[in-house]
Write a protein that binds this ligand. Structure first.
Ligand code: UDP
Length: 238
């Protein structure tokens, strides 16, 4: 797995979603726990400003490039033409693969309503075997980890927002669960139509962030921070 540094995160280079899925399943068959995390400009910036965030993200086993800004920096540094791998698309492919291979899945995170719609849709669409589930508003990390362990899940997808979800995954790995873990942010909301994804044209031109800003103006503060990512990128400081 080739990796390139962006800020202080090592980001892996994968040709496409299939290559990541194959790496995940090969680690699963070797009985290795795998934490996969999507790296976007927001995560690069928080890793630069917090040693703890950088540590948690660098402890993950697969860091792939989501977010057009990160892809551009990787392309510039590697000289290769690379594609962006949106976390929500990778998650859906993994859920489909789980249906084909009959791999038990635990779904954690989001509101009860979104979670119920997510598992119903997954079963209807891909026959994903759901071994367990819980909404993202719980007390007691240790109890939740035990519940996941008892479910026998081999894939655990965690939608708690970042870095909460990565910290939770870190704890699951420490507790010895040998599964494929994916931190998926707002993916269940997008999958169930609770939050709309940008139309294909926006994605094609790398303007998904702009579409999200227009739809959720409250993201402005989060997105203004991204200007510093652009500045660091154009001045070759990443
Ligand atoms: N969430 C949760 N528990 C929490 C905080 C957030 O389950 O304590 C869920 C929330 O309902 C949403 C997701 O986590 O489904 C976070 O989405 P966000 O858009 O913040 O994540 P991003 O995709 O931007 O990382």
């Amino acid at each position: 797995m080739q990796e390139i540094k962006v800020g202080n995160l090592q980001v892996a280079i994968f040709a496409d979603k299939k290559a990541i899925l194959s790496e995940m399943y090969s680690r699963l068959s070797s009985n290795l726990a795998t934490a996969a995390v999507a790296v976007n400009p927001e995560k690069v910036l928080s890793a630069l400003s917090s040693h703890d965030v950088a540590h948690v993200l660098n402890q993950c086993d697969i860091r792939y490039a989501d977010g057009i800004g990160v892809v551009k920096v990787l392309q510039h540094k590697s000289g290769m033409k690379l594609q962006r791998i949106p976390g929500c698309e990778l998650w859906e492919s993994l859920m489909k693969e789980a249906g084909i291979r009959n791999t038990p899945v635990f779904l954690l995170g989001a509101t009860e309503d979104v979670l119920t719609k997510t598992r119903r849709k997954l079963v209807a669409e891909y026959e994903t075997p759901i071994a367990g589930y819980h909404n993202g508003f719980f007390q007691g990390t240790a109890e939740m980890i035990q519940k996941i362990k008892d479910s026998g899940a081999q894939i655990v997808t965690v939608a708690l927002g970042s870095p909460k979800q990565e910290l939770f995954i870190f704890e699951c790995k420490k507790a010895g669960i040998k599964a494929i873990f994916m931190g998926v942010g707002g993916t269940y909301d997008v999958y169930t139509g609770n939050v709309k994804r940008a139309p294909k044209m926006f994605c094609k031109f790398g303007l998904e962030w702009f579409y999200r800003l227009c739809n959720q103006p409250s993201r402005i503060i989060r997105q203004l921070k991204l200007l510093s990512f652009v500045w660091l990128a154009v001045t070759n400081k990443l």
